[in-house]
Design a protein around this ligand. Sequence first.
Ligand code: NAD
Ligand code: GLY
Length: 363
Amino acid sequence: MSEQSEQIVNLGERSYPLLIGGGLLQKNGILDPFIADADVFIVTNEVVGPLYLQSLTSLLGARRIDSIELPDGEVFKTIATFESIIDRLVAGRYARDAVLMTLGGGVVGDIGGFAAAAYQRGIRFIQMPTTLLAQVDSAVGGKTAVNHAGGKNLIGAFHQPSAVLIDTDTLVTLPDRELRAGLAEIVKYGLIVDAEFFAWLEAHAADLLAREPAALHHAIRRSCQLKAAIVAEDERETGRRALLNLGHTYGHAIERCAGYGEWLHGEAIAAGICMAAEFSVRLGYLESADVARISALLAALELPTAPPSDISVADFMAAMSIDKKVIGGEIRLVLMHAIGTAEVTADYPSADLGALLAEQLGR
Ligand code: NAD
Ligand code: GLY
C-alpha cells in the first residue's frame, strides 16, 4: 500500500490540509468534507485533462461538474486566459458557494487560483497539483497570479485553497525534465531552513531521479511541512516567507532574458541558487565548501548550476530590477549563512552584485 500523510497549513479559520499520497484520485469520499454538495468547476489544461480529468470527475460523484482545458504553457499564463475562465463561470451562472478545482501544474494552479480569488470577490478552491514543482511549492500557500508583459506574476492575489490534494501517482506521466525542475525547489527548502533535509537529499539524489516512491513521498512530505510552517508564520510575505525566494530573483532574470519557455522555472531556480551561493561566499557569509556541496547536489539532480553566459550584465540587472521583491529601488536578495540558514537583505554593496554578475555572465 502506498504511503499517505497529511499536513495542515495553520492559518486560523483559513487553515487547510495537504493530503499527500499515491492513489488519492481513486479514494472515494476524500474531497467530500471540502465540497459537500456544491457545484464544481475544474480548471485543467490540454495535457493534464486527457490524463486525469475523468478520474477526478468520478471522484467528485453526482453533482454539477463542468471543466475548461486551457492551452498548455507559461505563455498562456495571461489575463486573456484568466478571462476565459471567468467567462465560463459567468456563462454557467456559478454562484458564490461553487468550488473551483485546479488540476495541473503551477501554471494551471496559479491562473485557476486567481480566477477563484477574483470571481464574485472570491470563491472556494481546491488545488490538485500534478507536477512535482506544484506539489512541493506552488499549490501550497495561496499565491495566485498571471503574468504581465512587464514581468512574471505581476497580477495576482493571495487566496488560500480549502484543501490541496497531492496524488503522487500523477507524477508517473510527468516528463523527466519537469521532474528535475521540481527537485530544484525541494533543494531550496533544505538550504533555507533544514540542513538535515539537505543531507538527506544528497544521500537520495539517485533515488529521486529514479522516481523511487518512498523517496519521492518523503521529499514531498518534508517540503510541504517546511513550506506550511513558513506560510503559517508569514502568510503575506512581510518577512520570513521571502526566504522561499532563494535564487528566484536571479532565476526570474534568467527566465526573462533567455526568453520565457526556454528555461523551465525550476531549472532557472537551480542556476539562481548557485548564483545566490556564490554571492553569499563573496560577502563572506558562506564557506566555499558549501557552494561545492550545493552545486554537486544540483548537478547530481541533473540541473543547471550556472546562468547562460550569453546574457549581458546590463540586461540581467534590468531584469532583476523589475522583480516583485524590489522595494524602494533596492533589490532584496536571499543570502545563505550556512546550509540550512538564510536571511533576506538589501544590505550588501551593490558593487559586489555587479562583480558577481560580471563573473557569472561573462564566461
Ligand atoms: P507547468 O504548470 O507549466 O507544468 C509543466 C508541464 O508539465 C506542462 O506542460 C504541463 O501541462 C505538464 N504536466 C503537468 N502535470 C503533468 C503530469 N502529471 N503528467 C504529464 N504532464 C504534466 O509548470 P510548473 O513547473 O508546474 O509550474 C511553474 C509555474 O508555477 C510558473 O508559472 C511559476 O511562476 C509558478 N509558481 C508559483 C508559485 C506559487 O507560490 N504560486 C511557486 C512556484 C512557482
Ligand atoms: N514560492 C514562493 C512562495 O510561495 O512564497
